[in-house]
Design a protein around this ligand. Structure first.
Ligand code: HEC
Length: 261
């Protein structure tokens, strides 16, 4: 433990008025719930893209941001689960049409009749859980090559995260700043790290589109943010309500006439 004297403006939780500690505690509890829901959401959105829904993997992240880069949903379905819906010799022309860019002219002549006969009994749009394959425009949605989350969606989610997470870590960091943690550089680093994490995480979403291994940066920076959040949360709560007042704080309290509400 370093014996660095307390900063003049440092107030430990034990020196703060009760109302402020209650405000801090309520904020931490609700933010903690928010963080849990965010984790559940992330898990549900991404786990399972690689075919294994039991955990969130590097592959899931890469598929989400970068896409598989090959084969459309229609082609994958025709080669996989839907291959039993039509005779083998009808699969070839459909796949070829998709691979050649799924143009509208040959759709009317060659593709539409096959789909009407083989697929539309289920995929006519009446079941909201099945891909609607009725009409060229609907079909087009499943013929596009999977390139992952599109840039505009990333831009939208980026600005929400940049604003949202900054507020979250500003609040948690401000509360944590009243904790007695030595060495002080470590405390400062824990306050700063999530902000670096936000920046790396969001940049990596875009870079993963071009360079797949940046998927690791997404995972690691997300993990580090989570750890910092958990550390600040636990230390703040513990020092606010459970731990004895640090000796350095008691000593200063004795020296000046600070009163505790
Ligand atoms: C008997 C009903 C039925 C018929 C006929 C049928 N499908 Fe499907 N299709 C389903 C069901 C159910 C699913 C969803 C289950 C799944 O994803 O495995 C599905 C899923 C799909 C998907 C989406 C896969 C994804 O990426 O989510 C595509 C594309 C598809 N079918 C194409 C076709 C084509 C093309 C035909 C005709 C050759 C066809 N289906 C015929 C029932 C049918």
């Amino acid at each position: 433990m370093s014996t660095l004297p307390l900063h003049r403006l440092f107030y430990h939780y034990s020196e703060l008025p009760l109302s402020l500690r209650v405000l801090y505690t309520c904020s931490l509890i609700i933010l903690g719930c928010g963080y849990m829901f965010a984790l559940i959401y992330v898990y549900h959105t991404y786990a399972g893209r690689d075919g294994d829904p039991s955990m969130l993997s590097y592959q899931d992240i890469v598929l989400a941001y970068r896409g598989s880069g090959q084969g459309s949903r229609l082609e994958a379905a025709l080669r996989g689960p839907m291959s039993t819906m039509l005779p083998r010799d009808e699969i070839g022309p459909l796949v070829k049409w998709v691979q050649e860019g799924a143009n509208r002219n040959s759709y009317e002549k060659e593709i539409k009749p096959v789909l009407e006969k083989r697929c539309l009994t289920c995929h006519d749009g009446s079941n909201p859980h099945l891909a609607n394959l009725a009409g060229y425009d609907n079909l087009k949605k499943v013929t596009e090559v999977d390139t992952g989350t599109d840039i505009f969606t990333l831009v939208r989610v980026s600005h929400i995260h940049l604003f949202g997470l900054t507020f979250v870590f500003f609040v948690v960091g401000t509360i944590f700043s009243h904790a007695y943690v030595r060495p002080v550089w470590l405390k400062a680093a824990i306050v700063a790290t999530p902000f670096v994490g936000i920046f790396l995480d969001i940049s990596a979403w875009y870079i993963t589109k071009v360079t797949a291994w940046f998927g690791w940066v997404v995972i690691i920076s997300g993990g580090i943010m989570g750890l910092c959040f958990a550390f600040m949360w636990v230390v703040s709560m513990y020092q606010m309500w459970f731990s004895p007042t640090p000796a350095a704080v008691i000593e200063r309290m004795g020296r000046d006439t600070h009163t505790v509400e």
